[in-house]
Design a protein around this ligand. Structure first.
Ligand SMILES: Cc1cc2nc3c(=O)[nH]c(=O)nc-3n(C[C@H](O)[C@H](O)[C@H](O)COP(=O)(O)OP(=O)(O)OC[C@H]3O[C@@H](n4cnc5c(N)ncnc54)[C@H](O)[C@@H]3O)c2cc1C
Length: 236
């Protein structure tokens, strides 16, 4: 399998095991094995047990978005008319934009679990109607969610786990630019070793204690932060 791959191939496979040996890593995948001299684990919130302890270095949290039906032209003109994409500064931040077809898209935090919870959708929808009353009458057309990896300090982590094996994760909901940059830095480090210019700290992996208790702890923390965000608005 490995001999058929060129650097430009896009390979989508589920990796079920990772074994480090010699100068590289050998990955046992469905139906075969793949040998690589350089491996970057970029599994972010979906990190599983491929590398012991890695998934305990962050908390997977839902980022949840809703989209209205396309808005009427006059409402579109009054909402972010220059096409800005915005995120705010509350503890559980909200982000919003209009797409090219006039859907108003608003996102926020969901649960630490798998399912989409109705009251979190309602929270984002209420915020949307408060921020943009001109869209209040628009029906909600879509709801979707995925997981982001949140670290304690809300900054990403770059780890050198073994010779030829790196991991980059923990963008805390801001990975579109950061993951692209850290991917490039990790690739340079893998190829050039210590000679690479890596202007981002390479840190040892630190699994969080009591990670198994994260679901109730995160649920309580999110309720607390939501309450404080609401009080900030009410007491302003
Ligand atoms: C609804 C939503 C809105 C967001 N909005 C923004 C935004 O506006 N701006 C922003 O900067 N960020 C945003 N984010 C966050 C951003 O999407 C992530 O930070 C970014 O995708 C991280 O990129 P990544 O490549 O590290 O990980 P991901 O894109 O999460 O990719 C990880 C991949 O690893 C794969 N994987 C895991 N385990 C294995 C395995 N064993 N074998 C093979 N593959 C495996 C997974 O299937 C997945 O495809 C948003 C996220 C969501 C869910």
């Amino acid at each position: 399998m490995g001999s058929d791959l060129s650097p430009l191939d896009l390979v989508v496979i589920q990796i079920d095991g990772l074994h480090v040996g010699g100068a590289g890593a050998k990955q046992a995948a469905d139906g075969g094995a793949l040998t690589a001299s350089h491996v970057l684990l970029a599994t972010n919130a979906y990190t599983d047990d491929l590398w012991p302890g890695l998934k305990r270095t962050m908390f997977p949290l839902q980022s949840l978005q809703i989209a209205t039906a396309p808005l009427a032209e006059d409402a579109r003109r009054s909402i972010l008319p220059e096409g800005h994409v915005v995120s705010d500064t509350r503890r559980l931040l909200l982000y919003f934009r209009l797409d090219g077809r006039g859907h108003l898209i608003v996102g926020g935090r969901g649960t630490a679990g798998e399912r989409i919870v109705a009251r979190h959708v309602a929270y984002v929808e209420r915020a949307m109607r408060r921020l943009f009353p001109q869209a209040a009458g628009a029906a909600r057309e879509y709801v979707w969610a995925g997981h982001v990896a949140v670290t304690v300090e809300q900054l990403p982590h770059l780890h050198e786990l073994a010779l030829g094996l790196m991991a980059a994760l923990g963008y805390s909901g801001r990975g579109v630019a950061m993951a692209t940059l850290l991917g490039k830095l990790a690739a340079e480090r893998l190829l050039k070793g210590a000679a690479a210019d890596t202007p981002f700290p390479l840190t040892p992996m630190r699994p969080l204690p009591l990670h198994a208790l994260r679901l109730p702890v995160l649920a309580a923390a999110m309720q607390y932060y939501r309450l404080r965000d609401t009080l900030d608005i009410l007491l302003r």
